[in-house]
Design a protein around this ligand. Structure first.
Ligand SMILES: Nc1ncnc2c1ncn2[C@@H]1O[C@H](COP(=O)(O)OP(=O)(O)OP(=O)(O)O)[C@@H](O)[C@H]1O
Ligand SMILES: [Mg+2]
Length: 778
């Protein structure tokens, strides 16, 4: 084993500490009293491993109101482990880590088991084998053999005295328990006695219940068959009721048909169907005739109108000349008037020219008379010529009034002629207007007439007369058919008659259709009566069925009553049975308990016997511990020879053995002395006793570890082992310890003695500071 790291937080002495120890093989830890050496190198590792050191735990070392923590990393048999324990608020949490298996445990019981298994020892053995505690080295050598015996037994973890007391106490306990068991047994036996009675009663009740069940099954069967029968009857009843419902419907139908038939017969009063049909035929003929008559009347009216129009056309044609003829005449007259007007104009113009010429001639004559020069050509006229001219013009002037008078007469004559023509023209224009209007009227009248009639109006008139003749003869016939006089054959009258006839026909048709319905009703009535006759006996059957159902209901009720009583009985029995079974189970439990009590009693008696043997045989005269110790000491003796040879060059030899009383006697001899015989260790000096004690302690440690059957964690912690040694002995012890480097993987030597420090290469100093203790490496 190798301690690799110790870490601490918030302990009273060490507020904070991280200590790497993996490189230390043989280390010296020094420091003043009370600096914290034991705490750091004994208390902390032991609490880390076992949660407790000499009855103290982390809590006792922790700073108040702080989370206190200690941790230990170590190597054992090639694997690394970490233990961390933390204390706060009254509880400690722990985590154990197996870094190889990558496993973490946090349950403290499990951690304890794991560590004890891993190290092969409990806390006490660890302190006895790994640690040589402060002030313990000398104890072995300084105590009496009797005390030493107890100490060795303590090292081995066996307290025989305590064991003896324990066995005695246990015997007492067993005795007490036997007494108790006997009392419990008596109570149980009393209870169990009544079990057979219950066991007998249960099948009896079960049989009774079985019987009830059989009866119940029968009754239920009976009830079911009654229910089935009832159901069947109800079905039949239902169908009968359904049929009877039909009967009622039929009855109502019959009533309705009867009354309808009677009503019809009353209404028709013995009139036969054929009569009605014949009458309808007659009416149809009359109605047909009326509608043709109406058509004829309409046609006659049309033809009458045509005739009137045509008559007017003929009259007009006879009274008026055609407008185009008049137009031609008008044109001709106009032309004539125009010609006359032109002629008159021409004459008037002529007259004006003559007048002008006359005026010019008068002026000419005047000029000629006064001058010789021609007034026109301004040439000198000969007198002759001038007189000739004057005469000629004077003649002309003389002729002028006649000429003018002639002209005026022509004008007057022509004007008169023109006036007459103009009067005629206006006459013609007036006539044209009248003719135009008349012919326009004809055009309008002709629009409503057939072309052929219009093309020859007179012939048309004749044709229309013939047609009218035909119509009136047809009308005469029709009037006879309809039963009217010819003169009263007007449209209104006809429509009146038509309405009357239609009404009558409607009535007749109604009667006819009622007749059909009447016949239908009669055949329906027959059918209904037939069906009713068939249904009549069902009424009786229904009554019978209803009675039967009532009877069955009564029976069912009776059976149900019986069944209820049976169920009640059964329920009671079953309840009783259940109670008995519960009781039986309880008794069986008790029986089982009794059996267990008997077994326990046997066991207790056996145990008492064994304990008594152990008490009286094993602990008698401490026989067993003595044998055990003798065997153990042989191992110690064997180891001692090895360890003692390492101190002072094998100067001492130790003999460790039992006295006759079973106590442990340690004797030694100093080979270097003249008297080198064995003597009791108490006769050696204190310094020698320290060395010898150290050797015995180491030998014992090794024996314990082999006795426990495990390879021990091969580290050694020696807390203040040098006691009162002189320089030489101290050197010897240190050499001896150095020699042990082969035996232990790590050795920690704790001492406050400063002188030894030169002897060790690896050193640690625990120092107190105002902020708490610290540890320094050197
Ligand atoms: N369980 C404890 N509770 C409180 N204080 C403690 C406890 N154990 C030790 N101490 C105190 O812790 C301090 C360190 O004690 P420790 O035993 O570690 O000192 P040491 O260095 O081993 O001294 P010495 O050389 O005297 O053996 C001391 O002041 C001591 O009184
Ligand atoms: Mg100490």
């Amino acid at each position: 084993m190798r301690l690799e790291k110790i870490f601490i937080e918030n302990l009273k002495i060490f507020p904070k500490l991280e200590l790497y120890l993996e490189d230390y093989d043989l280390a010296l830890i020094t420091g003043p009293n009370g600096a914290g050496k034991t705490t750091a190198f004994v208390a902390v590792p032991v609490i880390a491993f076992y949660n407790e050191f000499n009855g103290r735990s982390l809590k006792d070392y922790a700073l108040e109101n702080k989370v206190a923590k200690i941790g230990l990393e170590f190597e054992h048999e090639g694997k690394r482990y970490i233990i961390v324990r933390q204390y706060s608020d009254g509880s400690t949490q722990s985590i154990f880590t197996d870094t190889f298996e990558r496993r973490k445990i946090s349950k403290s019981r499990e951690i304890q088991n794991t560590i004890e298994k891993l190290l092969g020892m409990d806390a006490r053995t660890f302190l006895n084998t790994v640690v040589i505690a402060q002030g313990e080295v000398e104890t072995l050598s300084e105590r009496t053999p009797k005390e030493r015996r107890e100490l060795f037994l303590k090292f081995l973890g066996i307290d025989f005295k305590k064991a003896y007391e324990k066995v005695s106490d246990e015997i007492k306990n067993v005795d007490n328990r036997i007494g108790q068991v006997l009392v419990e047994k008596t109570v149980l036996e009393k209870d169990v006695k009544i079990k057979p009675e219950i066991e007998k009663r249960i099948p009896e009740i079960e049989e009774e219940v079985g019987k009830i069940n059989l009866t119940l099954t029968e009754k239920e069967k009976g009830k079911n068959s009654l229910l089935n029968e009832k159901e069947g009857l109800q079905k039949t009843l239902k169908s009968i009721e359904e049929m009877l419902a039909t009967y009622q419907v039929l009855e109502r139908e019959k009533e309705r048909l009867d009354s309808e038939i009677k009503e019809f017969e009353k209404k028709i009063g013995g009139l036969k169907k054929e009569d009605i049909e014949a009458r309808i035929g007659l009416l149809d003929q009359k109605l047909e005739t009326i509608s043709t008559t109406l058509e004829l009347l309409d046609k006659r009216n049309q033809i009458d109108a045509q005739y009137k129009n045509l008559e007017e056309i003929v009259k007009t044609l006879e009274s008026y000349r055609k407008p185009e003829e008049l137009k031609q005449e008008e044109e001709m007259l106009r032309k004539k008037v125009d010609e006359l007007a032109n002629k008159i104009e021409d004459i008037k113009r002529n007259r004006m020219e003559i007048e002008t010429k006359n005026s010019a001639s008068k002026l000419y004559i005047k000029n000629l008379r006064e001058e010789t020069v021609c007034p026109l050509c301004k040439t000198e006229l000969s007198e002759d010529r001038r007189i000739e001219l004057i005469t000629e013009i004077e003649n002309e002037i003389k002729e002028y009034p006649n000429t003018v008078k002639n002209l005026d007469t022509s004008i007057e004559k022509l004007s008169r002629e023109k006036f007459q023509l103009e009067q005629k023209l206006s006459e013609i224009i007036r006539e044209y207007g009248r003719s135009y209007d008349a012919y326009k009227k004809i055009e309008n009248l002709a629009k409503g007439l057939p072309k052929e009639v219009v093309s020859d109006p007179k012939a048309g008139l004749k044709n229309l007369e013939i047609e009218l003749g035909n119509i009136s003869s047809q009308l005469t016939d029709n009037a006879a058919i309809i039963g009217l006089e010819l003169k009263s054959l007007g449209v209104q009258r006809l429509i009146q008659v038509q309405n009357q006839l239609n009404k009558e026909k409607e009535e007749l048709n109604k009667a006819l259709s009622s007749y059909e319905k009447y016949e239908e009703n009669i055949s329906k009535l027959n059918m209904v009566e037939e069906q009713m006759a068939k249904l009549l006996p069902l009424e009786d059957k229904k009554k019978r069925l209803e009675n039967k159902i009532l009877q069955i209901d009564h029976l069912i009720k009776q059976v149900e009553k019986e069944i209820n009583i049976l169920y009640q009985n059964k329920g009671n029995k079953e309840k009783e049975l259940e109670q008995l079974k519960v009781r039986l189970r309880e008794l069986e439990d008790k029986e089982q308990q009794l059996k267990k009590k008997c077994e326990e009693e046997r066991e207790l008696l056996k145990r008492k016997e064994i304990l008594t043997i152990v008490k009286e045989q094993v602990f008698k005269d401490n026989a067993f511990p003595t044998v055990f110790l003798e065997e153990f000491l042989k191992h110690v003796q064997m180891n001692l020879s090895d360890f003692i040879s390492r101190f002072k060059g094998g100067r001492y030899e130790i003999d460790i053995s039992l006295t006759r009383e079973g106590d442990v006697e340690v004797r030694a001899r100093d080979r270097s002395k003249i008297d080198s015989t064995f003597r009791s260790i108490k006769d050696f000096s204190q310094g020698e006793r320290t060395i010898l004690g150290f050797a015995i302690r180491l030998a014992t440690m090794k024996a314990i570890s082999s006795y426990k059957g495990k390879s021990m964690p091969n580290i050694l912690i020696v807390d203040e082992g040098f006691g009162p040694l002189d320089q030489e002995n101290m050197k010897a012890l240190i050499d001896g310890i150095k020699d042990l480097k082969n035996v232990f993987e790590q050795i920690f030597i704790i001492t406050h003695i400063d002188q030894v420090k030169e002897e060790f290469e690896q050193r640690l100093i625990v120092e107190e500071t105002p902020k708490g203790s610290i540890i320094k490496r050197i």
